[in-house]
Design a protein around this ligand. Structure first.
Ligand code: GRF
Length: 213
């Protein structure tokens, strides 16, 4: 068995991207091993989904800490106790400090619902519609100290269609999120393990736009 990179997923909510990553990682040739799911909110629906998949899933409730440094210290020690080497943010709604990001430099991925560097921050679907954009999409990127600004690993674009509302556009983007996040995680984990990605439908080229749909 080739080395698999011990990986944690951090969530705050429903966890549909988490579910896509877990499903991908159940394949024997996948390069990341999902060891742990953590949430900053005990009420996150994704925790139950992770349990159903047989994973260790726990809340580290932000409200139990005096502030971000104490929360991040607990998060860091839980991750290190589990032997985690790679983090995937999947709807994790807290901004991590520069200190935390520095300790995990090059080891934190995020999925963002826009074609970065466009539309950083929140409410991306609303803003894409309000600006009358013809296309929208999602981006997997490395997390850096600056919000939604780290190096891009993969993007997928979708059209904005006549009559779209926030829900219809978000649903179209989400399909692509679930497709490219597992591809990106596998590529990063393969690189960390110094092995070639398993053959997908076509060869992976890091940093490319993987969908023009
Ligand atoms: C996704 O749209 C993701 O791009 C954003 O937050 C949402 C999380 O959804 N960062 P889910 O919890 O993965 O379903």
């Amino acid at each position: 068995m080739t080395e698999r990179i011990p990986t944690a997923i951090l969530i705050s909510g429903r966890g549909s991207n988490m579910k896509a990553l877990i499903a991908a990682a159940s394949q024997p040739d996948y390069a990341a091993d999902i060891r742990l799911v953590l949430s900053d909110k005990p009420e996150a629906a994704g925790l139950a989904t992770a349990h159903e998949s047989g994973l260790t899933a726990q809340a580290i409730d932000f409200r139990n800490f005096s502030g971000r440094p104490a929360f991040e210290a607990a998060l860091d020690s839980r991750l290190r106790a589990a032997g985690v080497e790679l983090l995937c943010l999947a709807g994790f709604m807290r901004v991590l400090s520069a200190e935390f990001v520095g300790r995990w430099a090059g080891r934190i991925l995020n999925i963002h619902p826009s074609l970065l560097p466009d539309l950083r921050g929140l409410h991306t679907h609303e803003r894409a519609l309000a600006e009358g954009r013809a296309e929208h999409g999602c981006t997997v990127h490395y997390v850096s100290a600056e919000l939604d600004a780290g190096p891009i690993i993969a993007q997928a674009r979708v059209p904005v269609l006549p009559g779209d509302d926030v829900d219809s556009l978000a649903a179209r983007v989400l399909v692509e999120e679930h497709r490219i996040y597992p591809l990106a995680l596998n590529a990063v984990a393969c690189a960390l393990a110094r092995r070639a990605p398993a053959q997908a439908s076509r060869p992976w080229r890091g940093g490319e736009i993987v969908s023009e749909s």
